[in-house]
Design a protein around this ligand. Structure first.
Ligand SMILES: *Cc1c(COP(=O)(O)O)cnc(C)c1O
Length: 392
């Protein structure tokens, strides 16, 4: 099912480019993650927590009003109904169990929108482990409710003040911390990025999304396979989870939506597949927004969770191989889609998720096509941005 080879590559993308000080630690994780994930003990703990703590399975909901508007059958995979409000917790529940098996006592994480920070602080509280979350100064400001949540859960939030003061910079700080504390610390990366095995490990922990989708589609439509699956892409973890069990079903269209920011040619964008080239960042080779001499370009999106200059290596491979279709939506298109979903279905999506809904305007489906939109998270954390931009 997984497209990765034993060396951690998806086609030409992936690998583990880490400083020598981290080499042994990353290798230990490479050698143990599949054994742990496939152990009966892990499977039973992970599935019990997903059911009783996270609230899975999440519903697959036929959005009748949205379907009517777009003239097709649109189902929403309700990851917004997970505990802590997004898909991120699927990954942190899995990784905290892996960290415990490896005997780690200290957890670090990076966060953009704060959802991954909250999901990490949550599982650390649950398991009684120390938690330090790195977050860009700009994001600390635009995602204040999530900063307060992390603190209330007992985590320490450390500001990242370099570069654009957003997700990329928080990731740099987290990697620096890991280099200084390699033995007692597990770094819970929040998306399908980072050195091998993170992209594959996080994909497998998010794959529960498409595993459930197949069963639910069979029940509701008579077929396990939809016409298309649509998901937004920051690093690409909710999309990886939503695509995973359809990767080898060529008739299922995989549609990924990146943040165009002010427009893909505006210089203020996070649409990596539109403007990026192959390069190495945060431990893996992937597509990356960069200048002609290889300097990382500061990304921009109204949505903190999509404000990242790269994408996971699996997505770079799906894009270059043509298996996935990669499109983008601007800030304005996402805001319009958010209010449309709120008014038509009574669901306020996260700003990240709103980008996936904005794609419906760019796509054409037939009346009896089945389209699943992965509703990656809820919009509570974005209310202040919605208030400012939608004159509420
Ligand atoms: C973090 C986040 C994203 C973006 O991250 P991916 O790894 O690309 O999924 C998307 N939606 C929500 C709600 C998020 O919190």
């Amino acid at each position: 099912m997984s497209l990765i080879n034993p060396n951690g590559y998806y086609g030409e993308f992936g690998g583990a480019f880490v400083p020598e000080l981290l080499y042994n630690i990353v290798e230990e994780l490479q050698n143990s993650y599949l054994k742990i994930i496939h152990s009966q003990e892990f499977e039973s703990e992970y599935n019990n927590l997903l059911r009783d703590y996270v609230g899975r399975p999440t519903p697959l909901y036929l959005a009748r009003n949205l379907s009517k508007k777009y003239g097709t059958q649109i189902y929403l995979k309700r990851e917004d109904l997970n505990h802590t409000g997004a898909h991120k917790i699927n990954n942190t529940v899995g990784q905290i169990l892996i960290a415990k098996k490896l005997g780690k006592s200290r957890i670090i994480a990076e966060t953009g929108a704060g959802q991954h920070g909250v999901a990490t602080a949550t599982v650390c509280a649950l398991m009684g482990l120390q938690c330090i979350v790195y977050m860009g100064e700009v994001d600390i400001e635009r995602q204040a409710p999530n900063v307060a949540r992390m603190k209330m859960l007992g985590a320490e939030v450390r500001p990242a003040s370099s570069g654009s003061k957003t997700l990329k910079d928080a990731t740099n700080e987290a990697i620096r911390d890991w280099i200084n504390n390699p033995y007692d610390t597990h770094y819970i990366i929040g998306s399908v990025v980072g050195p091998h095995p993170y992209p594959d490990m996080v994909s497998r922990l998010q794959a529960i999304i498409s595993e459930e989708m197949r069963k639910q589609l069979l029940e509701k439509t008579g077929s396990e396979l939809p016409t298309a699956v649509v998901a937004c892409v920051g690093g690409g973890s909710n999309a990886a989870g939503a695509f995973y069990h359809f990767l080898e079903e060529p008739e299922v269209q995989l549609i990924a939506v990146e943040a165009a920011g002010l427009g893909i040619n505006s210089g203020q964008t996070a649409a990596t597949t539109a403007v990026g080239k192959a390069g190495i960042l945060h431990g893996n080779k992937s597509l990356l927004m960069q200048t002609s001499d290889g300097q990382v370009v500061e990304p921009y999106s109204i949505s903190a969770g999509l404000d990242y200059p790269g994408i996971g290596p699996m997505h770079a491979h799906l894009f270059t191989s043509g298996r996935g279709k990669y499109i983008s939506a601007t800030d304005q298109e996402a805001l319009t889609a958010a209010i449309e979903l709120a008014r038509l279905e009574g669901i306020i999506p996260a700003l990240e998720t709103a980008h996936a809904f904005a794609a419906l305007n760019q796509l054409h489906f037939k009346e009896d096509d089945v389209v699943v939109v992965n509703l990656s998270g809820r919009g509570d954390k974005d209310l202040s941005t919605y208030i400012q931009n939608l004159s509420l």
